[in-house]
Design a protein around this ligand. Structure first.
Ligand code: ATP
Ligand code: SF4
Ligand code: MG
Length: 372
């Protein structure tokens, strides 16, 4: 991995659960993020994937300092952001920006596009002095593929894909080094998802950006990520390179998620094994003891209830070379190829990372399996 730009250690965010009207008493906590470790290399894209409610957006808000963690550290170029305040925090926040999921609700309908994109300059006037703002905003519109003449239009005058381009322009305004994109294409039509992903890919090369790309759609994440982390109930359960996670998964949860990914090639689809998970996701206020996945895991044994599996290379692969030897939090990790290797890369699929493809829509089924 390239030199790390972000290092996350033991990150925890608990939201207190209270009872009572006059005397509010804490009766528990929603453990939205509960011990996350990860690293983001400079210029890298880390995909983070998991079902609804597993803590992805909470993790995103912590990474961009919109919220303070309950515990843990976030190092940006070696400096712990969670300990900063005032001017030092403001300087780091400028460098780690967020792109939000829903372009329909995240843009203020009463503001012009120019004001929306230029708003971050109010907080950081040093980036664009007042007289220079309009030009800067028009430059940003051009960079994201919108007509610079649209600067005085309102969000409702744009399509969903164009609005997400506006959201991306706003994220770029302060020239950040890291962008945390929280499901940036989930609310978009399948036909425009690939265009927005291509745009993000191009901007990464142009501006030397590092991305954390959050999704619950494993097929979308594959085509933009260098590495992928799979989240379950507030924790990362498996993390590795694109090839390690998609072609050599060792955690049962990743294997189940992969078995739901659309496979464009009918022949490969016939050989793909479907793993249907039973039972609901447990409440993050009361996660199962030991391995959190054990209530839905077909391989669970007694040890799984007693011992928390650590995110590390499992003992079975520790001395082995090869793609199965990557971090996986399972006591009984086993390699299982769920999707045939060519799956998801057939004709019509979204272009692979670095491929400046024409922006055609994703393949069959749109690659839009919602894991909810
Ligand atoms: N401000 C908050 N106060 C209390 N609980 C919260 C708060 N924000 C999130 N949660 C809870 O934390 C858990 C994780 O939520 P989060 O939004 O991070 O999940 P997510 O993975 O982004 O889900 P989705 O895919 O639906 O966006 C959920 O149970 C949610 O209800
Ligand atoms: S530790 Fe046990 S319950 Fe958890 S994923 Fe592995 S086998 Fe399943
Ligand atoms: Mg979310």
């Amino acid at each position: 991995m390239a030199e790390p730009i972000l290092q996350v250690r033991g990150l925890v965010k608990h939201y207190p659960l209270t009872q009572g009207i006059l005397f509010r008493k804490q009766v528990g906590a929603v453990k939205a993020v509960d011990g996350v470790d990860l690293e983001l290399g400079r210029g890298e894209t880390l995909g983070v994937v998991g079902e609804s409610g597993c803590g992805k957006s909470t993790l995103a808000r912590l990474l961009v300092s919109l919220e303070r963690p309950t515990e843990g550290s976030i190092l940006f170029k070696g400096e712990d952001v969670t300990r900063l305040s005032g001017r030092a925090l403001k300087a780091v926040r400028r460098n780690i920006q967020m792109v939000f999921q829903d372009p329909y609700t995240s843009l203020n309908p009463r503001m012009t596009v120019g004001d929306i994109i230029g708003e971050p300059f109010d907080i950081h006037p040093e980036v664009a002095p007042k007289g220079d703002r309009r030009r800067k905003v028009q430059e940003l519109l051009d960079v994201v593929g919108l007509n610079p003449e649209y600067v005085n239009r309102y969000p409702h005058q744009f399509s969903g894909g164009q609005r997400q381009r506006i959201g991306i322009a706003r994220g770029l305004a302060l020239r950040p080094e890291v962008i945390v994109a929280d499901e940036p294409v989930s609310a978009l039509d399948v036909s425009v998802q690939a265009q927005v992903i291509n745009l993000l890919d191009r901007l990464q090369g142009e501006f030397g950006l590092s991305y954390v790309f959050i999704a619950h759609d494993l097929s979308i994440v594959r085509h933009i990520s260098d590495r992928v982390g799979v989240m379950y109930l507030g924790r990362i359960v498996e993390i590795g390179s694109d090839e390690e996670i998609y072609d050599h998964p060792t955690h049962p949860y990743t294997q189940a998620l992969l078995s739901a990914v659309p496979v464009p090639d009918p022949e490969a689809r016939r050989h793909r094994e479907r793993i249907i998970l039973t039972g609901d996701v447990p409440s993050p206020a009361n996660p199962p003891s030991g391995c959190r996945f054990r209530t839905r895991c077909w391989k669970a044994r007694e040890r799984c209830a007693l011992e928390v599996p650590l995110l590390a290379v499992p003992a079975a692969f520790r001395y082995a070379e090869g793609p199965a030897a990557h971090d996986s939090a399972c006591h009984f990790a086993e390699e299982k190829q769920v999707v045939p290797p060519e799956g998801g890369t057939g004709p019509g699929a979204p272009p692979a990372k670095g491929d400046p493809g024409p922006g055609e829509p994703p393949a069959e089924g749109g690659g839009a399996t919602r894991l909810t």
